[in-house]
Write a protein that binds this ligand. Structure first.
Ligand code: GDP
Ligand code: MG
Length: 441
């Protein structure tokens, strides 16, 4: 899903992260690339423009660029803005309130996946303890009713069987009466589609809607049609009034344009996505998770949150002046690295980097960090505070005490000296002190 767009985002973000310090023009250049990527993915022009504007305002307005982690902050803002245009923090759920049986009405063009989606929804609702009833309202094509009946049978859901020549109005009334008697609580109406929006179809759908008083009118649209799906949603909303959209065929490299534009253009949220022909292939639309996928972030948000939490604690500790940097401070930094999780695990959270695993030699593994801590723990307070007193016999004692070797003790002391040197450079170089000690994720 969204592979080509997320690849572009990954590239843009990688470049940003590689920069370290970000200037206003770095940011603007990156956002320009973001805008191109969006337009290429068929995102509505106005939506792309507003999206960029929103990010720019937030990123330039606050202390983002001067923060310790500017690229991460920018990514976080991009993710939040994208979540917002996709519908906000929580998914738009179905409105199933009111007297039973309530009606859901599916509308859309022919071939968009209405009938399949009707059955998928029935399965989804039944798994959540509802008693769904499927109703085909397509008086012109008996085959349509037959298709729904077959799908319904395959998931053991009841389905209304229209008589030959039964008009829409009769179907609706008879099905309602039957559902009431049988104690079904949600009726899912699968309506007829056409190849294009036309007045005849709309008139018919408006009539059915007035008879049904459905809780939801859901437009089923093919995501692969990109911008056309957005125009379709707008057309259906203007002439019929819809409560939400279900985008089908999202499992391929669907152009993300439709998903990103629908809410902004129509004011109606996406409620579900179809991700395959199987009846299980229906997902509740979670804006923030979809944003993560589009941005190629995988579970990067978790990573950023973790880093932020670790930072907050670290700041309380305060970086010592390099002259006073002792082995005790070094141990704190090791603990901080461990809190971030092992480097291997960090890499796994970044989808684009996942394939690099094994190819990169990781400088410090979790095990090494544990050994290093053990070595420091075997020292006396005096040794930790004044490492210069650690001579040959002390090194042998420390190695024995920590179950390591003298070589390992030597290496740790070298790493400590290097870190101290690094700290000196960083502190002379300004405020970005601790950043150099982080794994560059
Ligand atoms: P309708 O004319 O709107 O009722 O569309 P159908 O439900 O008959 O579906 C048309 C075709 O699209 C069928 O071959 C379905 O299997 C297929 N289809 C429906 N939803 C999806 C989906 O989410 N992914 C894929 N790949 N195919 C789908
Ligand atoms: Mg159909």
């Amino acid at each position: 899903m969204f592979e080509s767009l997320s690849e572009k985002f990954e590239k843009i973000f990688r470049k940003l992260r590689g920069r370290g310090i970000l200037t206003e023009s770095d940011l603007k250049a990156a956002l320009k690339e973001v805008k191109f990527a969006l337009l290429e993915a068929d995102v509505h022009y106005k939506v792309a423009k507003e999206f960029i504007k929103g990010i720019e305002e937030r990123a330039l307005g606050k202390e983002v660029l001067r923060s310790l982690t500017p690229a991460q902050q920018v990514m976080k803002i991009v993710h939040e803005e994208m979540t917002r245009i996709l519908g906000g923090d929580s998914p738009a759920t179905l409105d199933l309130s009111g007297p039973r049986p309530m009606a859901l009405m599916l509308v859309g063009l022919q071939g968009s996946g209405k009938t399949t989606t009707a059955a998928k929804l029935a399965l989804h609702l039944r798994r959540r303890g509802r008693r769904p009833y499927l109703v085909p309202v397509d008086p012109y094509r008996p085959a349509a009713a037959e298709q729904l009946r077959r799908l319904a049978a395959s998931i053991e859901v009841d389905c209304y069987l229209p008589q030959e020549g039964e008009a829409s109005q009769e179907i609706v009334q008879n099905a309602k009466a039957l559902a009431q008697k049988a104690g079904f609580d949600v009726m899912i109406f699968d309506t007829a589609g056409r190849l294009h929006i036309d007045e005849g179809l709309m008139r018919e759908l408006v009539e059915i809607k007035e008879m049904l008083h459905p809780r939801e009118v859901l437009l089923v649209a093919d995501a692969m049609t990109g911008q056309d799906a957005v125009n379709l949603a707008k057309g259906f909303n203007d002439s019929l009034g819809i409560t939400g959209v279900i985008l089908t065929k999202m499992e391929g490299d669907a152009r993300a344009g439709a998903a990103l534009s629908i809410l902004q253009v129509t004011g109606r949220p996406i409620k579900f996505i179809g991700t395959g022909e199987r009846l299980e292939a229906l997902e509740v639309f979670h804006p923030s998770r979809i944003a993560s996928r589009i941005l190629g972030m995988g579970d990067l948000m978790t990573l950023i949150e973790r880093a932020e939490a670790a930072y907050r604690e670290e700041e309380e500790v305060k970086a010592p002046r390099y002259e006073e940097f002792t082995l005790e401070d070094f141990r704190k930094h090791l603990r901080y690295l461990r809190k971030m999780g092992s480097l291997e695990e960090l890499l796994k959270m970044i989808p684009g980097l996942g394939r690099l695993r094994g190819a990169v030699s990781l400088s410090l593994s979790e095990r090494e960090i544990i050994h290093m801590e053990a070595i420091i723990n075997s020292m006396t307070k005096d040794e930790r505070r004044r490492p210069s007193i650690i001579n040959g016999s002390r090194r042998r004692r420390i190695a024995r005490g920590s179950g390591t070797s003298v070589q390992e003790v030597n290496r740790l002391l070298r790493q400590y000296e290097m870190t101290k040197k690094l700290l000196r450079q960083l502190q002379r170089g300004g405020r970005r002190g601790l950043l150099g000690l982080l794994p560059s994720a």
